[in-house]
Design a protein around this ligand. Structure first.
Ligand SMILES: CC(C)(COP(=O)(O)OP(=O)(O)OC[C@H]1O[C@@H](n2cnc3c(N)ncnc32)[C@H](O)[C@@H]1OP(=O)(O)O)[C@@H](O)C(=O)NCCC(=O)NCCS
Length: 321
């Protein structure tokens, strides 16, 4: 995709988000350019631009086709129509192209996300998608936290475990342990989505680090390591290039044998402490959790995260050959 098309894409997404998600910062032009032009992990992307008779782009659609074994039945679409050009069939035109590509690629499941109770939700239902998962989006304002409480939680002793952390790609000595811990994310509640599972190994965690670095984003990780060398849990924060004020929560996982000991809260509190010390430009963290993920929501509420919006994921089930 050319730099011009990526800039136009950004304009449509920014206008669409300002309309449907007021107050939610849209990705910056650099972020969109990187998303559209740099390789993703275990997937490739198809894109469409819908243009009016005057040559102006009024809508965009992207389709992520997963390639890893265990997820190669799945595709995820993103669709935006400029609010000034809606209800004229552009969204439907774009979605037809997306669905056609899913058939060509023999995909069984197509997922889209839309703000709860938004035009996107009505559109998805009209097209025969079924609601499969509701996500609660939460925000933690770093300047509103109780400092003493945070430090008490982050500095707590957890006998048998120690904390470690890194920036970017995992250090070689921890790569296998980290890959094993990443498999715990396959337990994440995904509602009725046909989400599949991916198996992690050291090469895949290194590839993930490279993809994020090539996009220009920074990935911070804090992990709890057991005395026997097992990585018991970890949490990841992404600082997007150009807009690091709102940090994005990536994974948080505690492996099943180590659950129930407060390790999830511990690694997340230690991450907040680190963010505040090393990245003062970060003012808040956004995360999203399945609305039935009671344990993760409890940890996040305990840290001070507050719910502020909801999205729904919809799935279209497609015939395959
Ligand atoms: C969802 C979106 C892409 C629809 O684009 P659009 O060009 O307006 O869509 P269409 O004109 O093809 O609408 C098709 C059907 O969707 C439904 N629909 C679309 N917008 C609607 C709204 N505001 N209220 C109720 N139904 C709506 C209608 O059934 C419509 O059919 P009709 O015009 O025959 O009644 C657009 O609203 C958008 O960009 N939303 C924000 C991004 C988003 O939520 N994307 C994810 C959804 S897949």
């Amino acid at each position: 995709m050319s730099a011009t098309d990526a800039a136009v894409w950004h304009q449509v997404v920014a206008a669409s988000m300002a309309h449907d998600l007021p107050g939610v910062p849209a990705p910056g032009p650099g972020q969109i350019h990187a998303q559209l032009t740099k390789p993703a992990l275990g997937s490739r992307r198809l894109t469409w631009l819908a243009t009016g008779a005057d040559g102006v782009t009024v809508g965009v659609a992207g389709l992520r086709l997963f390639a890893s074994p265990g997820r190669d039945h799945l595709a995820e679409a993103e669709l935006h129509v400029d609010p000034a050009h809606r209800s004229r069939g552009t969204g439907s035109l774009l979605l037809s192209a997306v669905v056609e590509a899913c058939r060509t690629e023999n995909r069984r499941s197509l997922i889209v996300a839309a703000a709860a109770d938004s035009p996107g939700e009505a559109f998805s239902k009209r097209w025969g998608f079924r609601p499969a998962l509701t996500l609660d989006h939460l925000i933690l304002r770093l300047d509103e936290m109780n400092e003493a409480d945070l430090l008490r939680t982050a500095n707590a002793e957890h006998p048998g475990y120690r904390l470690t952390g890194w920036t970017g790609t995992v250090p070689d000595g921890l790569a296998d342990a980290f890959a094993a811990a990443k498999d715990a994310m396959n337990d994440m509640p995904v509602g009725d989505l046909d989400y599949g599972n991916v198996a992690w190994d050291a090469d895949r965690v290194r590839a993930m680090g490279k993809v994020i670095a090539d996009r220009g984003d920074a990935l911070l990780t804090i992990a709890a390591v057991h005395d026997d060398g097992t990585m018991a849990g970890y949490t990841e924060i992404l600082l997007p290039q150009g807009s690091a004020a709102r940090a994005q929560q990536y994974d948080t996982a505690v492996v099943p044998a180590h659950r129930g000991h407060g390790l999830g809260l511990w690694v997340k509190a230690a991450m907040v402490r680190r963010l505040r010390a090393e990245h003062p430009c970060a003012v808040e963290i956004e995360t999203d959790n399945a609305d039935d993920n009671v344990h993760m929501l409890a940890v996040n509420h305990r840290l001070g995260f507050r719910s502020y919006r909801r999205t729904r994921e919809f799935q279209l089930d497609l015939p395959t050959t």
